[in-house]
Design a protein around this ligand. Structure first.
Ligand SMILES: [Zn+2]
Length: 201
């Protein structure tokens, strides 16, 4: 006898309740305490607060954010041990985001700190490197240096790879890609100049 899986498992009833769950989630969001920061327009931000803080993920910065992230990392590592696939994925995403932010903070002090915020499959990596070589004359594999002989820092390489990725996936235009490449190299050279002076090849 044929069994209708949808009916057997009560999926119809589950589906019917989805709009109510969404409504409850939205109501919860509206009722939750809001970010107290003031935005550029001089208004209350009103974004969702980070747990244990009075500001949202954009406005919670500096040492307070570091403290919140330490706590978040503890929670995220607990999730990695969960038997629930979604909880584990949540934990992995949170840890990745925390690590990415720590790297950006380290790069503010020193852009040569090793690391990358973008992880690509081998064939995508090759495409991005080819894009940088063909469109911008950058051979990162063989010659990751500026014209003045300074190495292109890890942060700049990360920004260049992001530019290539966004351009190849058409999330930005070729012109947008060009501007990002220009800015990445310009900022990197400015850092070298400021901290290590001029160097001629
Ligand atoms: Zn905010």
């Amino acid at each position: 006898m044929a069994v209708c899986i949808t009916k057997a498992y009560g999926l119809d009833r589950i589906r019917a309740r989805v709009p109510a769950w969404h409504a409850a989630m939205q109501a919860g969001k509206r009722a939750a305490p809001k970010c107290v920061a003031t935005n550029a327009a001089g208004e209350r931000c009103g974004g969702v607060r980070m747990r244990g803080a009075d500001r949202c993920r954009c406005h919670l910065t500096g040492p307070e954010r570091d403290a919140t992230d330490i706590q978040r990392a503890v929670e995220a590592r607990k999730k990695l041990r969960s038997t629930n696939t979604m909880r584990r994925a949540d934990g992995e995403t949170a840890l990745r985001n925390i690590a990415r932010r720590q790297l950006h903070r380290a790069w503010k002090r020193d852009p040569t700190v090793a690391g990358a915020t973008l992880v690509l499959e081998d064939h995508d990596e090759s495409r991005v490197l080819a894009w940088l070589a063909e469109n911008h004359g950058l051979d990162l594999e063989r010659r990751p240096f500026h014209d003045n002989g300074r190495p292109i820092s890890a942060r700049a390489i990360d920004r260049l790879r992001w530019a290539g990725t966004l351009a190849l996936t058409q999330r930005i235009t070729a012109e947008g890609g060009r501007r990002r490449v220009f800015a990445a190299l310009r900022d990197d050279l400015a850092w070298w100049r400021k901290h290590h002076g001029e160097l001629t090849p």
